[in-house]
Design a protein around this ligand. Sequence first.
Ligand SMILES: Nc1ncnc2c1ncn2[C@@H]1O[C@H](COP(=O)(O)OP(=O)(O)OP(=O)(O)O)[C@@H](O)[C@H]1O
Ligand SMILES: [Mg+2]
Length: 450
Amino acid sequence: MVLINLGIGRADSTKKHGERTKRTLDLKNDEANHITLLGKSGYGKTTIMRGMIEEIYSSYSDAGIPPIIIVIERKVDTSKPKKVIEIYHEESEKLSSAQLSRKYGEGIWNYIEHYVNELENDKELKYGLMGDFSIGFPNILGKYTKMESDEYKSLLGRHGLSPAAYPARRFVFRPRRNIKDIAFDNGPLTETVDSKLAYPDIPFEIIADMNNFSETARYSAILKNIWDIQKIREPGEVLNIAASYETFNSGPSQTYLRIEETMNRLRSDSLFSGDSKHSFLKQITNKKINILDFSQNSELDSFEECLIFKLVVQHAINVAIKYRIPVFFVADEVQNFMRDPAGKWAIDKILREGRSLCINLICATQYTDNLPKDVLIGSSHIGIMGKLASNTDTKTLEKLIPDFKDVVDFDEPGSLSEYESLKRKLRFRGYFSYNKDYTEHIEYRQPQSL
Ligand SMILES: Nc1ncnc2c1ncn2[C@@H]1O[C@H](COP(=O)(O)OP(=O)(O)OP(=O)(O)O)[C@@H](O)[C@H]1O
Ligand SMILES: [Mg+2]
């Protein structure tokens, strides 16, 4: 069992002073610990997930079982670099450099200075697209931003934390911009990989899906035989074998041409590589936090994202069986996977097999509406950030969580100005339902990274 810090709850009189409000979550090693986070846009789901990742990374590493953490990132957040620039100028005017080093940490402030300089001299617009999970970048925003309720405490200070960067390996697919620039935007501890699917990693079904194969076609049967049964994963060799099946009367058959077209696509598409050393699956590590960059940085169709996710889940299952290490998938905007058969397969697989293999799913979404019941039913714990996005979601949760109705109460604003202040107050706060059995109010742990 590993304990992670979840945040600050209401005072608990049975505990020692100091410990009275601290909330931890037990993560079990022989059970699944699936968590779903819900909440309206902008109330902090992504931010809080980052905090959870940091907890999991450090607590498991301290316990001597570094887990594999695989984050599926969906968006870049252009407001973060803008805020970094604003904070830099405002703070530089107010505080001396000694004070700044003391407040943010010397190395960190020097880095911020360097980052801001580069961004302000960036004529070619290379930078400024920071990922939702720029876990390699220290969270100076959380150190700078004061609590709504206590102007002497910062968001991070409230939790006894300071800005820090965590090591990340970011996998970009068919990169839309220079991968060095992507790394720079995501902080000094981020490494970026131009990620390829190596031929040996790609099962026939993926090739068939990507090329719209018809299941009953002859080319499909032939290629499946060569690729999956004979295990020939080299396009030239595949074509030689396919040619040997030909009866050359009047030029190549439609079957051969279709196989040739498919092999040519593998050879020319930068997403694929013949060299198994380039396999991105082999570079998934438990030394760093793995980020699958499905934001605008990668030029992928959504069905390709789902196929890659499916491959990664299959890979993780193999690794979990072989090495017995815990795996955590962190899927933001999880509803995106549900519309696609491969994506749905992957989520279902984690939900079902996770229990025996210690493969965990931490996911977030705005609405429960388009979320299959399986995800909520399969989740051990449910967190709410800010407030729910619709009344039907409230109804769904009332059915699922026995004490929900008694505990959860969302304040309704009486005026527009009240609404604005309520919105600020509710950010990063909400409810947490432990095992869908006990629900309470919580201020979630802030992330140290941005
Ligand atoms: N430490 C911080 N201090 C202040 N603001 C922050 C901090 N960290 C993140 N933010 C900002 O808070 C906003 C909301 O956070 P977040 O992106 O986590 O919300 P979300 O629930 O994931 O929203 P969505 O559903 O739109 O993705 C973001 O604009 C982010 O830049
Ligand atoms: Mg988000």
